[in-house]
Ligand binder design. Structure first.
Ligand SMILES: *Cc1c(COP(=O)(O)O)cnc(C)c1O
Length: 381
């Protein structure tokens, strides 16, 4: 038996459907399906305004452009995240300032955020790890007090909630990913959510996304010709990808429910191993509704983690771990950070193992994974 670490969900409605879009001869951005996605995100996740982008990375780049960051400005984010949370800051010549995570949720620790705020701080980027929300009340309080912008990296947080609000709709701006590895995907895609009522900000986002032109206003008939009005890039995806995503969203609840049941089956099956202190299970605070993007376990050390990973691999089970903390990466070191700067982050990074979790994972496959983990602890360790 081989069990893949990840499989993208294939919506059967896509059969024969893409042909229709080709025939319609409208493959470029902002077509019918992009509009449907905008409407879907605004309606379902109660977002004020959204724009589909080519990735979450580009949504974050667009966000940093909207903040008008200047050289020397600082932006706070966890070290325990994907590179795309940090690169958009550097592209504006501003400085990423890393903070420690909470050992339970693996999300940014608001106390460390407070400690890192200086007169140069302009924004905070909470990253909702695994679809589990950051401690947003405390982060928003700090942001309000120090007049900082909050940009949620909700790449992993689509269809998850903090209290009664969907992730991505809580900060000034929010960014989603529809990458092939995420819960809802079209291969490569993302979106930016503009959550305040600042109409000018939304218009500027439209312009930057459309190569610095006012083409969107032209299409709506608000101006009689379109031209270059600001800096910009090309952040809008093909309508073909929007169509693929639209068909995924038809299965919003199905995908969520499948992931939820796989998640809780792991939880109850592996509980015994946690009680024997052989591993630690993930934790979801009461204020969160997760989307079960990741199921991870934490082993007692790096060697044990690597051994379990190799053992599962020998049985045909693919697993994964992440992240190399940004502060210990070659780039992080160039920024002046060192090993030992964030001990929780470093420990988590060494002990974490992610297990397969996706709608197509069968009951038998999951039984085999669970059985294999038990086998590892009884025979190998
Ligand atoms: C996946 C991911 C990204 C990048 O998403 P893309 O759509 O691939 O650009 C950014 N941040 C986090 C936390 C992610 O998990």
């Amino acid at each position: 038996m081989t069990i893949a670490f990840h499989k993208s969900f294939f919506s059967k409605e896509l059969n024969g459907f893409l042909e229709k879009i080709f025939v319609s001869n409208n493959l470029s951005g902002d077509g019918v399906y992009t509009k449907k996605i905008h409407h879907f995100i605004e309606k379902n996740f109660k977002a004020k305004k959204t724009l589909l982008t080519t990735s979450c990375t580009s949504a974050l780049e667009l966000s940093m452009l909207l903040l008008d960051l200047k050289e020397g400005d600082e932006v706070i984010l966890p070290s325990y995240t994907f590179v795309s949370s940090a690169n958009p800051i550097l592209l504006r010549k501003a400085k990423p300032v890393f903070v420690e995570i909470n050992a339970q949720t693996l999300n940014m620790d608001p106390e460390d955020v407070r400690a890192k705020i200086t007169s140069k701080t302009k924004a905070i980027i909470p990253v909702h790890y695994a679809g589990v929300a950051c401690d947003m009340d405390n982060i928003l309080k700090l942001a309000a007090f120090y007049k900082l912008k909050v940009i949620e990296d909700a790449a992993q947080g689509v269809n998850a909630k903090y209290k009664d609000k969907y992730l991505g709709t809580i900060g000034d701006l929010g960014c989603y990913s529809f990458h092939g590895t995420k819960n809802y995907s079209c291969g490569e895609g993302g979106s930016i959510l503009i959550n305040n009522n600042d109409d000018e900000l939304f218009q500027r986002a439209e312009i930057i996304r459309e190569k610095g032109t006012n083409r969107s206003q032209f299409i709506r008939g608000q101006v009689d010709k379109y031209t270059w009005v600001d800096i910009g890039s090309s952040f809008l995806p093909s309508d073909l990808l929007a169509a693929v995503l639209y068909k995924q969203f038809k299965y919003l609840d199905y995908i969520q429910n499948r992931r939820e049941s796989i998640y809780y089956r792991y939880m109850s099956a592996l509980k015994e191993l946690e009680e024997r202190e052989l591993l630690r299970l993930p934790f979801i605070p009461e204020y969160c509704q997760s989307n079960y993007h990741i199921f991870h376990i934490l082993l007692n050390g790096e060697q044990e983690r690597n051994m379990l990973m190799a053992f599962l691999k020998s049985r045909g089970i693919q697993t994964a771990f992440h992240y190399i903390p940004l502060h210990t990466s070659p780039m992080g070191k160039k920024l002046g950070y060192n090993e030992g700067d964030f001990s929780i982050t470093e420990t988590i990074s060494k002990c974490i193992l992610r297990l397969p979790i996706y709608p197509d994972l069968t009951e038998d496959e999951q039984s085999y994974i669970i059985e294999s983990i038990f086998c590892f602890f009884s025979e190998i360790i």
